[in-house]
Design a binder for this molecule. Structure first.
Ligand code: B1M
Length: 211
């Protein structure tokens, strides 16, 4: 088994100290930082994402895998910065105004980061203005909105309307998701993408950024 496969495997098991140790060893061995990121850490996170999508693992396993990924990233970050490895793109993420549920939103964050996408997490209770202003300020072309309440999902329509009002509708892809949200709702409000789970959201975001 290569050091990258080992890293990926320990990451999937959520064994943070082992992942950290292997990243340190790979760097000491002169391995390329980008290769460590893609073939070790991101590859492991992508496998966890697919297993989560297929109900083969659940929220706790994803959270401990994410903790292991973060442990590896802490060691890798300086090497990535000096190797000038840029992120694949940026996404603005948040749970909409009036809504404090953040477990699903945090999973979306983990999966996006697992694909090498930089996430500006605005947290919960985020207004349409905040989403759009952050996208403008950060130069992000993805806005990802999560809602868990039927009473708050309407804010996603306001996000679409604000994007039009602020003249950036053609520059941002608006992604929506959360338990009460559906493909039909996405069409009704004129958003761009609906996905049912966090791993699919990261697949879509990556395909937007690579297009
Ligand atoms: Co609340 N809550 N809650 N709650 N809560 C629900 C959502 C509810 C269905 C429970 C019920 O009545 N059966 C109900 C909503 C009913 C409705 O609107 N139809 C409800 C209610 C009513 C409320 C309060 C109003 C209760 C009250 O105070 N009377 C209140 C609202 C507070 C507020 O937000 N203003 C409230 C409060 C809370 C807690 C604070 C206690 C807590 C939240 C803690 C937290 O998030 N930090 C809580 C919880 C935990 C739940 C349940 C039990 C679990 C939600 C959850 O985290 N699921 C929930 C009932 C249930 O679902 N069984 C319930 C796990 C999570 C992984 O799933 O977020 O759906 P989810 O994410 C999924 C997908 O939806 C998707 O990816 C994830 C999977 O990969 N996804 C995206 C999510 N965002 C996405 C974005 C994307 C793509 C995919 O693209 C951008």
């Amino acid at each position: 088994m290569s050091i990258f496969e080992e890293m990926s495997s320990f990451l999937q098991q959520g064994r943070a100290p082992k992942v950290k140790e292997l990243v340190e060893a790979a760097l000491a061995d002169g391995q390329d930082a980008k290769k460590i990121l893609e073939e070790g850490l991101l590859s492991g996170m992508s496998i966890i994402g697919n297993k989560f999508k297929n109900n083969e693992v659940y929220v706790p396993e994803v959270l401990i895998a994410a903790r292991a990924m973060n442990a590896g990233m802490e060691v890798l970050k300086p090497a990535l910065a000096s190797a000038d490895v840029t992120s694949k793109g940026k996404a603005i993420l948040g749970t909409v105004k009036g809504d404090l549920h953040d477990i699903g939103k945090n999973l979306v964050k983990i999966m996006l980061e697992g694909k090498g996408i930089e996430v500006i997490d605005l947290g919960t209770d985020v207004s349409a203005d905040q989403f759009i202003q952050a996208a403008i300020d950060e130069g992000a072309n993805i806005i990802a909105c999560s809602a868990l309440l039927t009473t708050t999902m309407g804010i996603m329509k306001t996000v679409v309307e604000k994007a039009v009002e602020m003249g950036v509708r053609d520059k941002v892809n608006i992604m929506v998701g959360g338990a009460p949200v559906t493909e039909n709702f996405k069409d009704t409000i004129g958003a761009d993408y609906y996905t049912a789970d966090a791993a699919s959201a990261s697949d879509v975001a990556l395909s937007i950024l690579e297009a």
